[in-house]
Design a protein around this ligand. Sequence first.
Ligand SMILES: C[S@@+](CC[C@H](N)C(=O)[O-])C[C@H]1O[C@@H](n2cnc3c(N)ncnc32)[C@H](O)[C@@H]1O
Length: 313
Amino acid sequence: MGKSSKDKRDIYYRQAKEEGWRARSAFKLLQIDEEFTIFKGVTRAVDLCAAPGSWSQVLSKKLRNQENLSEAEQSKVKIVAVDLQAMAPLDGVIQIQGDITSVSTANRIIDYFEGEKADLVVCDGAPDVTGQHDLDEYFQAQLLLAALNITNHVLKSGGTFIAKIFRGKDVSLLYSQLRVFFPNVTISKPRSSRNSSIEAFVVCRNYSQPEGFTPTMTNPLLNNDYELSFIDLQEENQIIIPFVACGDLSAYDADMNYPLQKTEDYKQLPPTQAPIDPPYKTACYLKRNNLLKPKSETSNGNSNNDETVQSGD
Ligand SMILES: C[S@@+](CC[C@H](N)C(=O)[O-])C[C@H]1O[C@@H](n2cnc3c(N)ncnc32)[C@H](O)[C@@H]1O
């Protein structure tokens, strides 16, 4: 798809570039906030799986401009962004290039907060999609549980956790697992998230650890060592999961095509921030320099017109 046809087809992609957001995902967090007022009083926030950084941009903008906070309180605002990938610097955001499944990442976050815990943890994590729906849903669920694991180390009692979820067939089990730690869990779908996608976001409020629960990154999340056992949860599975569509009704519909406003003098904008060290960098270099060899030239001798990337070239 050409760059300007993507502009035409995806209004949020275009709007993100016009407003200086690094990704269209910024609108999802903004629309969740419109519905749930998630930033009020928050001075310490963690953005898990943050690259390229549009959610961190939203956090930075919203937390530093809160009317209900004094200037002194606003100056205390701390935001940590974690991702496997390197991310271009952002004003007021500390970055950790690391894995959210690792306990050392949790410790680095706690160090930065000087022993204090976060008021808000958000996670827009997505594993690389395989195209096999069952597998993709499974990986996404595992990433959500990893985010919950690390949240158990860094979130304060009463805090809020927001994370991407795929509304697949195991969603009620995930929902029940979240309910162990949060009495208030809602699944929400921002208008900027396409209806054609099974993506949604869990908004979990009023964090409280069950008695006897010790946060760990290594043990399975649910076991019988603490009061709410898996068996107890089975009743929870019967609960109808609250679902809220969020975002102003006047907001753009992510599944619609919108014309470019002034088609003739329309200028296609570059992305606000290009990825700084993406995993596909080598492939782009090979393609640009015409170094991608057809399979027929590779050592296995198979005659095939597909192009392939020669690793290590
Ligand atoms: C959809 S992007 C996040 C977009 C981001 N919220 C924004 O607004 O710019 C998903 C990110 O999850 C990250 N990710 C996936 N697994 C991870 C892990 N185990 N630890 C840290 N980051 C991870 C990927 O590197 C990717 O950058």
